[in-house]
Design a protein around this ligand. Sequence first.
Ligand code: MN
Length: 258
Amino acid sequence: MKILAVNDDGIRSPGLWAVVEALRDIAEVVVVAPDREQSGIGTAISLNQPIRVAEVVPMVKGIEAYAVEGTPADSTIVALESLIEGPVDLVVSGINQGSNMGNDVFISGTMGAALQGHFRSIPSIAVSVAALKDVQFGPAAQTVRSLAQAVAEGKLAPPLLLNVNLPNVPVEKIMGVSLTHLGRRTYMDVIKEGDDGRRKYYWVTRENPGWVLEKGLDIWAVRRRRISITPLHTDLTSTPPSKEIRGLTRDIRRVFRL
Ligand code: MN
């Protein structure tokens, strides 16, 4: 089994190497990750400049590792299309420092990297721990290992895109595992205005995000110290469209006299 390990926290992030440690005895793991932190960069890909790649000394001995001067999505694309020979069986993105739940999956670089695997019909998993400091990677690494084994046994064939979030607690404090839906924030971002002496600036800050805490949502599970597994798909189409939206086609037909 061959696994691509990628992330958005950068190639030196301990979470990435915790994944490698957890998987190295069940798979050939190749690390291809951004050379610096890229959190919040979402699905961005570099189209206006070349993507430079350097093979680096791995933080886990014996692992092939490449640092990418580009985004998380760039890293997955370059890995799958060029750096890695032969088929890749699984893409693991993370372990991210900080949760990636609800609406945040749309801005998550961790998810951006996983999506590129999913787009290429490879089972892909994004995994995050809900803390920015003193992050405990152990339970997340064990979860990834279990999911990778399921993929190896053919239990999880593509299309598979999982968003996994864990509370920041040790193994013995994990209360359970839930299959969840994406949660919703009650408000998004706060702008801090300032002046650097030359120009005014606006800084997007994300203090105290409010969350809807309904049962069955990712945030609900993580708050209850449960492992949250959210199966995702990329069909964003709203079905069925509302009566008002269906009416729009009539308005547009009138504009074009159709
Ligand atoms: Mn990150």
